[in-house]
Design a protein around this ligand. Structure first.
Ligand SMILES: [Ca+2]
Ligand SMILES: [Ca+2]
Length: 331
């Protein structure tokens, strides 16, 4: 493994387009992005698919120009130049530097026609992670990030032009509009699932500062912190919400994606990469606060109370002894 090397490696495979609509022809491409601070020349870097597939392509020029990428820029290497055919079933894309060192690789186990497999950042209060997912192609353009929101349903689903409910993220006093469509769930299920006061984690894409689109979700109630959040919203609510069988159930639609943490090495072998191509749900993406973390403040309070009681008792005993001594003396 060349973990340290890979983490520092600024050139990454950020998007691949293996299955264009209709005849694939030369319409397939691979997008590379420079995350470093300086311009990088890709001359003599090698692009390849899985072991034993198409002939490796030694990068010499891109559209007749030297193959250079500026910081935070992306380039497309099309099949016209590379002659690399990507399977519409499963395949890999691998990038080697001029020393023939593998610097990045991406594998997939299936494709969606007309969609690209794009490295996507997931932003949340805990930081960010990257996954690969099938989405609308964005050649030469930054891949749109996703947002993981944690908080409480502020108002139950309604229909106005589209399905939506409102949501209040933790540490925020402003509600967001969360739209969703029937690919996520039908309206009646949504009404049961996203009742007012329900604590949830939502995976969304951003439409505007106040409007997000739901892609995946997870309901969550057990923690003390969530109970408080829930109570806060319930107190705002005059009509108590009814409980449904869904209340005790943690539900999740699987997000068809490949987890590929940005902190992990991406220079895994095609076999290892294939193993991580399993569909993963938001549950595996979302780090949970442990019970221990939540119990610590409680333990501290209990210890304090015990100490205070002990001190109080000690003092009481001393006073009692004094009174007895004084009584004896006065007798
Ligand atoms: Ca293809
Ligand atoms: Ca892109």
């Amino acid at each position: 493994m060349t973990n340290a090397y890979t983490v520092q490696q600024p050139i990454q495979i950020t998007e691949i387009f293996p299955n264009p609509k209709g005849k694939d022809g030369n319409n397939e491409w691979v997008e590379l992005t420079n995350f470093g601070d300086s311009k990088i020349n890709l001359e003599n870097f090698i692009l390849d698919d899985e072991e034993g597939g198409s002939k490796p392509y030694k990068i010499s020029q891109i559209k007749g120009a030297p193959p250079q990428i500026d910081p935070n820029e992306s380039i497309i290497i099309s099949k016209t130049d590379s002659h690399i055919s990507l399977n519409n079933t499963d395949d890999s894309v691998r990038l080697f530097d001029q020393n023939n060192e593998l610097i990045d690789s991406v594998s997939y186990a299936k494709t969606e026609e007309g969609k690209s497999f794009a490295k996507t950042r997931i932003l949340s209060e805990q930081g960010e992670k990257s996954i690969f997912r099938w989405t609308s192609p964005s050649p030469n353009k930054p891949n749109q990030p996703l947002y993981r929101l944690e908080g409480v349903v502020a108002s139950s689903p309604e229909i106005k032009e589209d399905f939506y409910f409102t949501f209040m993220p933790k540490n925020s006093q402003k509600t967001l509009k969360i739209t969703f469509d029937e690919n996520i769930m039908d309206f009646n299920t949504a009404k049961l699932t996203f009742q007012k006061g329900k604590v949830a984690q939502l995976l969304t894409s951003k439409k505007s500062n106040r409007e997000f689109t739901l892609l995946d979700y997870k309901l969550d109630y057990k923690t003390e912190e969530n109970q408080k959040l829930q109570n806060n919203v319930q107190n705002l609510n005059t009509s108590p919400s009814t409980t449904s069988p869904l209340d005790r159930e943690s539900r999740s639609i699987s997000l068809q994606s490949q987890e590929n943490s940005s902190t992990e090495t991406s220079s895994t072998s095609p076999i290892e990469s294939a193993n991580t191509t399993e569909e993963k749900s938001i549950q595996s993406i979302v780090p949970q606060k442990t019970t221990i973390e939540l119990l610590i403040p409680l333990i501290v309070i209990i210890v304090l109370i015990i100490t205070l009681l002990f001190l109080f008792k000690l003092k009481k005993t001393k006073i009692k002894n004094k009174i007895e001594t004084w009584n004896q003396q006065s007798l």
